[in-house]
Design a binder for this molecule. Structure first.
Ligand SMILES: Nc1nc2c(c(=O)[nH]1)N[C@H]1C(S)=C(S)[C@@H](COP(=O)(O)OP(=O)(O)OC[C@H]3O[C@@H](n4cnc5c(N)ncnc54)[C@H](O)[C@@H]3O)O[C@H]1N2
Ligand code: MOO
Length: 415
């Protein structure tokens, strides 16, 4: 009789897989225009005070606070970008400056009054209201960031806010971790590439496309390395050539069938198995380990299983290897809209749709793990505890967003 798999507890499997993963140390300098999604390799320090000079937040008049309520003569007009003599302090008694938004504020004034709040404005004079606040509308040098402050930490993923700050600092290059290399493979004699002809008994290789595109959605580049044949000798030779990759991800061929050679082929290439079999539905046969420095992730062949497991399991691991300090999936708290059953005794990964704070399970949780359409119909996953056998209507649940999908239903964004 075939040996039974030992199914590891889900939480232990996550811990083991994270323990196996070592963050890359290889870095490169890239332009900020190319930097979205990359991981910062060194703390970034402020090199230019923000703002770098005292400036006006409004078009109006720059005054001494004690001149509130007075009629003042306009000494000069200061524009954004003016420098030198044009911004030098030159006020005499009962004078003010006319000033534009973003212009440097001379040091002999302390308050800006917006033009529409002033009275009797002429070319030469203005009456300042009496109820002004000292320091109003004056943006002080360094009030947002001071030179030497750490702006970003090593291990942050770069988004548009990082790029904004970097550009505001005059920094056009940034040191990031080099992208880790990932090999994606399929297995199985029944697999034909989508550009080949598949007979009725054969199926198209959707897993490789699925996995590579999901990795892309998460900012990883993966190389497609083909289909491993269903025989041990060929599988072994195939895998031998992949040892330079940081990560190898396969799908299929790791269960109990007579054609499931993938595990053995890795073992014969020196794989140290961390686990083979996790108490999860779907995805029970999942296997992980290390082959020299290469992390090996073997996903089951069913497309839906491969897709939800790469998301739940592999993305945090890959984040860690890529040097990202923020590795976990963000969750949203939602109200469950439809009662459904789950398999007690295992952690269940359930597909559904998150819309406007509500979660609705896909097809009443009655889809098979070979079904691909259920993935398409869903935008989130819900993970149950081993003890859970049903989720009730109105129950509050944690949901992980999946598939990068927006929603057609107009969302309530106001609080
Ligand atoms: N006796 C047992 N049989 C099975 C068990 C078990 O515990 N005992 N586990 C079942 C579970 S759960 C799963 S999941 C599958 C996974 O098996 P494998 O990882 O060995 O995957 P395959 O048998 O190679 O393929 C399964 C299924 O997926 C299709 N497939 C595979 N690769 C692709 C691809 N690249 N693109 C599209 N579809 C693919 C394949 O044709 C099969 O239909 O094992 C159960 N059996
Ligand atoms: O992992 Mo399998 O997909 O549970 O059927």
């Amino acid at each position: 009789m075939a040996e039974k798999m030992n199914f590891l507890d889900f939480t232990d499997a996550v811990k083991k897989s994270l323990d196996l993963s070592i963050a890359t140390t290889f870095t490169e300098m890239i332009s900020i225009g190319e930097a979205i999604g990359r991981i910062i390799a060194k703390d970034v320090v402020c090199v230019k005070n923000l703002p770098s000079f005292n400036n006006s937040a409004m078009d109006g008049f720059a005054v001494k606070f004690e001149d509130a309520g007075k009629v003042l003569s306009i000494n000069k007009t200061i524009f954004a970008g003016d420098k030198g003599e044009k911004v030098k302090e030159s006020l005499l008694k009962n004078e003010c400056y006319k000033i534009m938004t973003g212009a440097k504020v001379p040091s002999d004034v302390d308050t800006i009054v917006p033009i529409e709040n002033c009275f009797d404005v002429t070319e030469k004079t203005v009456k300042i209201p009496s109820d002004i606040k000292k320091g109003a509308n004056l943006r002080l040098k360094g009030e947002e960031q001071k030179e030497g402050n750490v702006l970003f930490r090593k291990g942050e993923e770069i988004n548009s806010s990082h790029i904004t700050l970097l550009a505001s600092q005059g920094l056009v290059m940034i040191e990031v971790f080099r992208k880790i290399s990932i090999a994606v493979l399929s297995t199985g004699n029944e697999i034909k590439e989508p550009w080949e002809r598949a007979d009725e008994e054969e199926i198209y290789n959707c897993n490789s496309f699925a996995l590579i595109s999901q990795l892309k959605e998460k900012g990883f580049d993966a190389t497609y390395c083909g289909v491993i044949p269903d025989n041990l000798e060929d599988s072994k030779n195939y895998i031998k050539n992949l040892k330079n990759y940081d990560v190898i991800i396969t799908s299929g061929g790791i269960s109990m069938g007579d054609a499931d050679f993938v595990g053995e082929a890795f073992l014969q290439n020196g794989l140290q198995t961390a686990f083979h079999g996790v108490n999860i539905k779907p995805g029970r046969p999942i296997m992980m380990g290390k082959m020299d420095k290469t992390l090996v992730i073997c996903l089951p062949g069913n497309p839906l299983t491969a897709m939800v497991n790469i998301y739940l399991f592999a993305i945090p691991i890959l984040n860690k290897i890529q040097g990202n300090e923020n590795i976990y999936h963000e969750t949203a708290f939602a109200m469950n809209h439809e009662q459904f059953k789950t398999k007690a005794g295992r952690v269940n990964i359930v597909l559904g749709k998150l819309e406007n704070g509500g979660f609705k399970v896909t097809r009443n949780n009655k889809y098979g793990s070979g079904m691909i359409t259920a993935l398409y119909e869903s935008n989130s996953i819900l993970v149950t505890k081993e003890s859970t056998s049903s989720i009730d209507v109105g129950q509050e649940v944690y949901v992980i967003k999946f598939n990068n999908k927006s929603t057609a239903q107009e969302t309530n964004i106001f609080n």
